[in-house]
Structure formats: structure tokens, C-alpha cells
Design a protein around this ligand. Structure first.
Ligand code: NAD
Ligand code: IPM
Ligand code: MN
Length: 354
């Protein structure tokens, strides 16, 4: 029997609460299916760990994680530890260290999910954002000069390599081709005359191999406007690391909120484990109160099942979330309900068992 070994980094704030529900769902599915099992190994890494040990994860953290089939991550970051220290020391270290260069973020309005836009239905918001996840604006190359003086300077350099741009753009073209969808390139070449001009050139170059894929290109500012005014124009979207970060929070806002937005950090070659997580953070404003919506974390379980080749179960999890949203019996407060975080996993499993 196939046994999936999953490293769990529940992390900070609402991380542990939402991850607990995702684990319940994944364990339940393995039981229902019978042909595979899951084995979780929990790692206590995060901000509390940092305050005790002076590091977000052990020095050999990546080595400890490298033989797992997947990583399931909650959220990282909490007041008391500077965000650059906590995120650079854990989440971003894993994304970069395991060359998880694809960040796949569905922006899909499920049946029953609330939408703040007027005259919009499920068929109008159904896209996948392919976010570059290993370099770009997040390469964290730079310097601080003359600290504490009047001449103080901060430099932050974007790193756009041919290989790095090409592989994510090609991935997006392949996805668009496979699914028969359009591809929108989001960039900003009018202001970023080196990085984004290069990015657009590579988009055009790679496109020569995909004559069947219908493409369009937008500046990120205009794209943000169209996410709100005309989201149906987007199907597959490809963009850089920072732009992808920002537009997927906007995507979450139009598709049910932060509690319903998942993301997969993929190393497509499977040389390293991939990592599955909700895209929201540790939400200190609601932590420890049972208020967090774990459906994004449960959606990332669906992405993990897809990645393992159990697309049938991946689809069933999404359908179960839709049933839960439509029945409105067991929803957390962000979706207008009174249920607790810890009620949701069992409710999803109950639907899956029907
Ligand atoms: P956030 O996503 O944690 O919260 C933004 C808002 O959305 C808050 O009002 C929060 O209550 C709400 N929210 C988020 N997730 C929710 C859920 N599941 N259910 C209901 N409401 C939810 O963003 P932030 O406040 O900017 O960041 C808080 C901390 O998390 C910071 O330290 C930040 O660096 C970190 N962060 C981590 C990740 C990650 O680990 N992937 C992602 C984003 C932010
Ligand atoms: C996300 C988060 C991270 C990012 C932060 C916490 C570094 O916002 O996963 O969207 O910007 O990638
Ligand atoms: Mn983000």
C-alpha cells in the first residue's frame, strides 16, 4: 500500500488550527479510499521555536525535510519576531531551497461562496495564477549602506534569470494548452525597463512553441482593475513573484475571502518535496479564538491529492467544500456562520461519506 510521508509545519497563529482540520480531512480520505495511507510528522518550527532556539528551524532543516513526499504548512510570522526574520528563516527558505519555482494559486469562486462583486457568478471567476516562486523581486539580494547616517541607502535588487523566467512561463503555457484555456501575462514593462522587458521578451519567445494558446498581456495595475471589473477575462495567468503575491490576495477577496484561498509551491521535477499551504498568514487578530476558516488549508489538501495523482479525490474535496458552502450549516464567522474552526474538518468528512 502506498504510504505518503508528510512533513507538517503548522507554524504560528491560526496555522495550527487550520492545519488540524486539513489533517483530519486527509486522514479521513485515506481511510475511505483504502489504497493509500498518510503518515504525518509534525515539526514545531515557527516563531515560538525561534524565541526558544534563536532560529526558525534547525540549521539542517532542509535536510530533515528532503525525503518527505510533501510538506503541509500552516502560516509563519507573529508579532514579537520581525517578519523578515521569520519568513526568510522558514517559508522562503523552503521555497527557494527546494526550488519550488511554481506557485499555483487557484482563484475560483465556488458555489455558495460570497462574492463582493455585482452581477458576477461562479463561471465568471475561474482562473489559476501561476506565480514565479523562486527569484524575481523576492531574490533578497541587496545591501544597506552607511547605516544610521544621513546618507543611508537601501538597495533591493530583482533577479530575473533566463532560466527562471522561462521555466515558469513555459509551465503556464503547458497548463493553458492542456486545459484549452487562454493565457494572460501580467507584467510592468513601462516602468521596470530591465526586468519586465526581459520577462515580456521571454513570454513572446516561449509563446512561439504554443501557437494554439491564445494570449494577452496586461500591466499589473490594469490587471488589478480588471480583476475587480471584469474577472472573466482571466483563465490562466502568469506573473512574477511579487505581482503574483499581491494579485492573489485580490483574487482571494473576489472569491470568498482569505479563508478560501490555497496555494501549491511545486518543484515540478519532484527532485525536492513540494509544499502545500493556505495563502493567508497567521492572522494574529483572530488567533486562538476558533474563528479561523480552515477551508483554504483544506483546499490545499485537494492540491496535494492532485499532485499525488489522486485527482478524483482532489475534485471531491472541492465539491465537498461547495456543498458545505451551499448548505450553510457549518461555516466560520468570516462566511457568516457560527461554527468553530475545529468543526469544519468533520463536516467536510461527513459530506465526503454521503
Ligand atoms: P493575514 O493573511 O494573516 O491576515 C489578513 C486578514 O485576513 C486578517 O484580518 C485575518 O484575520 C484575515 N484572515 C486570514 N486568514 C483567515 C482565515 N483562515 N479565516 C478568517 N480570516 C482570515 O495577513 P497579515 O495580517 O498581513 O499577516 C499576519 C502575519 O502572517 C505576518 O507575520 C505575515 O508576515 C504573515 N504571513 C504569512 C504567510 C504565510 O505563512 N504563508 C502569508 C501571509 C502573511
Ligand atoms: C504568501 C505570503 C508570503 C509571500 C510572505 C509571508 C513572505 O504573503 O505566501 O502569499 O509574499 O510569498
Ligand atoms: Mn501573500
Amino acid at each position: 500500500m502506498q504510504n505518503y510521508k508528510i512533513a507538517v509545519i503548522a507554524g504560528d497563529g491560526i496555522g495550527p488550527d487550520v492545519i488540524a482540520e486539513g489533517k483530519k480531512v486527509l486522514e479521513g480520505i485515506a481511510r475511505l479510499d483504502g489504497s493509500f495511507s498518510v503518515e504525518f510528522t509534525d515539526f514545531p518550527w515557527g516563531c515560538e521555536y525561534y524565541l526558544k532556539n534563536g532560529c526558525m528551524m534547525p540549521e539542517n532543516g532542509l535536510d530533515i525535510l528532503k525525503d518527505f513526499d510533501a510538506i503541509y504548512l500552516g502560516a509563519v510570522g507573529y508579532p514579537g519576531v520581525p517578519d523578515d526574520v521569520s519568513l526568510q528563516g522558514l517559508l522562503l527558505k523552503i521555497r527557494r531551497g527546494f526550488d519550488q519555482y511554481i506557485n499555483l494559486r487557484p482563484v475560483k469562486l465556488l458555489q455558495g461562496a460570497p462574492c463582493p462583486l455585482k452581477d458576477v457568478s461562479e463561471k465568471d471567476i475561474d482562473m489559476v495564477v501561476v506565480r514565479e516562486n523562486s527569484e524575481g523581486e523576492y531574490a533578497n539580494v541587496g545591501a544597506r549602506l552607511y547605516p544610521g547616517t544621513e546618507q543611508e541607502v537601501a538597495l533591493q535588487t530583482g533577479v530575473f534569470s533566463r532560466k527562471g523566467c522561462e521555466r515558469v512561463i513555459r509551465y503556464a503555457y503547458e497548463l493553458a494548452k492542456k486545459e484549452g484555456k487562454t493565457l494572460t501575462n501580467i507584467s510592468k514593462a513601462n516602468a521596470l525597463g530591465y526586468s519586465m522587458v526581459f520577462w515580456n521578451e521571454i513570454f513572446a519567445e516561449v509563446g512561439k512553441d504554443y501557437p494554439e494558446v491564445k494570449t494577452s498581456s496586461l500591466m499589473v495595475d490594469a490587471a488589478s482593475m480588471f480583476f475587480v471589473k471584469d474577472p472573466k477575462r482571466f483563465q490562466i495567468v502568469v506573473t512574477s513573484n511579487l505581482f503574483g503575491d499581491i494579485i492573489t490576495d485580490l483574487g482571494a477577496a473576489i472569491a470568498g475571502g482569505m479563508g478560501l484561498a490555497a496555494g501549491a509551491n511545486l518543484n515540478p521535477e519532484r527532485k525536492f518535496p513540494s509544499m502545500f499551504e493556505p495563502i493567508h498568514g497567521s492572522a494574529p487578530d483572530i488567533a486562538g479564538q476558533g474563528l479561523a476558516n480552515p477551508l483554504a488549508a483544506i483546499w490545499s489538501v485537494s492540491q496535494m491529492l492532485d499532485f499525488f495523482g489522486h485527482e478524483d479525490w482532489g475534485q471531491k474535496v472541492i465539491a465537498a467544500i461547495e456543498t458545505l458552502l451551499c448548505e450553510k450549516q457549518t461555516l466560520t464567522p468570516d462566511l457568516g456562520g457560527t461554527a468553530k474552526t475545529s468543526d469544519i474538518g468533520a463536516a467536510i468528512l461527513e459530506i465526503l461519506q454521503r
